[in-house]
Design a protein around this ligand. Structure first.
Ligand SMILES: *Cc1c(COP(=O)(O)O)cnc(C)c1O
Length: 364
C-alpha cells in the first residue's frame, strides 16, 4: 500500500460521499447487531490487503452510519463539518502531532493562541480574555468546576481531598445541560451540592433573587459556595440567563463564574444576537463549541478565560520530562486542560479553525 494512492482513494471517496449524501436515508436501515455480525470475531493472524479493507469499509461501515452532515438531519444539535475543515483534518491527521507543549508543537501552540483571539474578537468578548481549545464543552465545564473547587478551598482540595473542607456548593439554573451535573460528580463535590435555581420569564432565565437567597442560606448552614454556572442556550428549550444579574450576585460573594453557551455561542458572531448574553464580559470563563454551529470538524470547543492563572494552578503538573529548559516565556496548553495529550486542534481545531475562518470569513 502506498500512502499516496490510498489517501487519494479516501479523498475521492469523501468527495463522492458529500456529493451523493442528499440521496441517502438520514438513518441507516439496520438492526442492532447486524453490523457486528459482519465483522469477524477474531483479528486476522496475517495482514490483509488495502483493497479488501477498503471494500469492507464501503460495504459494511458506510451503509451503517447515521449521516450527521445530511441536509435533512434535524436531530440533537447541528454538528456541521464544512468541507474546508475536512481538508484541514486530513493535514492534521497526516502530521499526527502531540500538541501538549510549545516544544512539541510550536506552530500548533501559536496558532491556537491566535485562533482564540480571533474567536474572542468575533464574538465581541473584551480584549482581556485569553483561551484554550478543549476537546468538548464537557471538558471545559469540568475544568471550570475544578477551578471553583480549588479557589473555594484556597487551592487545597487537590492536595487534601474534599473531606478537609466545608461542603462546597455550585449554583446553576434548571435549564443547564447534564455536562454540568457530570462535572460536579467528577470533581467530587457531589450532585446533591449542585443547587438548581428556578428559571422564569420568556427567556427561562435563572431567578437572581432566588440565587442570592440560596447562597445566603448555604452560608448560614455552614456550607461553602464555590461558583455559579450561567446558561446561554439551554439544551431543552434554549433558556438564557440574564448574565448581568447572575454575575453581579456571584461577585457579591466572590464566586467564580462559568458560562455554558455550547451551541448558542456561534450566534454571537452576529451583533444582533449578543443581547442574549449581555453581561458575559463579567464572567471568569466561557465555553462554546465551534464544532456545533460553526462548521468546525469535531472536536473543537473554545474555552475563554478572563485570567488563566487559577486554571493553570488547578491543572498544571510539571514533572522533569515536561519541562522546556531555557524557555520560560511560553504557553503549554496541556496545563490548561484535563488531558495531557492534545490534537492539533487549532490546525485541526486550530488549523481547522484557521482554514475555516479564513475560507468563509466572518461574513460567511
Ligand atoms: C452540546 C452541549 C454540551 C456538551 O457539549 P460537548 O462538547 O459534547 O461536551 C454542553 N452544554 C450545552 C448547552 C450543549 O448544547
Amino acid at each position: 500500500m502506498t500512502l499516496k494512492t490510498w489517501s487519494a482513494r479516501a479523498a475521492a471517496w469523501g468527495a463522492d460521499y458529500r456529493r451523493r449524501l442528499r440521496d441517502l436515508p438520514v438513518r441507516p436501515r439496520t438492526q442492532p447487531g447486524e453490523i457486528l455480525r459482519q465483522i469477524p470475531e477474531a483479528p486476522p493472524e496475517a495482514g490483509e490487503g488495502m483493497e479488501a479493507i477498503f471494500a469492507d469499509f464501503e460495504q459494511i461501515i458506510a451503509p451503517g452510519m447515521t449521516h450527521w452532515q445530511h441536509p435533512r438531519f434535524f436531530a440533537y444539535f447541528p454538528a456541521n463539518a464544512a468541507p474546508v475543515s475536512v481538508v484541514a483534518e486530513y493535514l492534521v491527521s497526516a502530521m499526527a502531532a502531540q500538541c501538549m507543549l510549545w516544544q512539541t508543537s510550536p506552530a500548533a501552540t501559536e496558532l491556537e493562541t491566535r485562533m482564540m483571539s480571533w474567536l474572542r474578537a468575533s464574538l465581541g468578548l473584551p480584549e482581556g480574555f485569553t483561551g484554550v481549545i478543549q476537546d468538548s464543552a464537557s471538558t471545559a465545564t469540568l475544568a471550570a468546576v475544578l477551578v471553583m473547587r480549588e479557589r473555594a478551598t484556597a487551592f487545597g482540595a487537590n492536595h487534601r481531598g474534599l473531606k478537609a473542607f466545608p461542603q462546597l456548593r455550585i449554583y446553576a439554573s434548571q435549564e443547564v445541560h447534564t455536562s454540568i451535573d457530570r462535572a460536579v460528580w467528577i470533581s467530587g463535590i457531589g450532585v446533591e451540592n449542585l443547587v438548581k435555581i428556578p428559571s422564569q420569564g420568556p427567556h427561562h432565565a435563572m431567578d437572581a433573587s432566588a440565587l442570592r437567597a440560596a447562597i445566603e442560606a448555604d452560608i448560614a448552614a455552614g456550607h461553602q459556595p464555590a461558583g455559579v454556572i450561567g446558561c446561554v442556550g439551554g439544551t431543552s428549550i434554549g433558556g438564557c440567563d440574564d448574565l448581568s444579574e447572575v454575575i453581579a450576585v456571584a461577585k457579591e460573594f466572590d464566586l467564580y463564574t462559568h458560562v455554558d453557551a455550547a451551541w448558542a455561542g456561534s450566534a454571537m458572531i452576529c451583533p444582533e444576537f449578543r443581547h442574549f448574553w449581555a453581561g458575559v464580559e463579567g464572567a471568569d470563563s466561557v465555553v462554546f463549541n465551534p464544532h456545533k454551529w460553526l462548521g468546525a470538524q469535531f472536536d473543537c470547543s473554545a474555552h475563554f478565560l478572563r485570567d488563566p492563572e487559577a486554571l493553570v494552578r488547578t491543572l498544571a503538573a510539571r514533572p522533569e520530562f515536561l519541562k522546556t529548559p531555557g524557555a520560560e516565556d511560553i504557553v503549554n496548553y496541556s496545563e490548561w486542560s484535563v488531558p495531557l495529550g492534545r490534537r492539533f486542534r487549532a490546525l485541526k481545531k486550530k488549523k481547522k479553525l484557521w482554514f475555516l475562518l479564513r475560507f468563509h470569513g466572518l461574513e460567511g
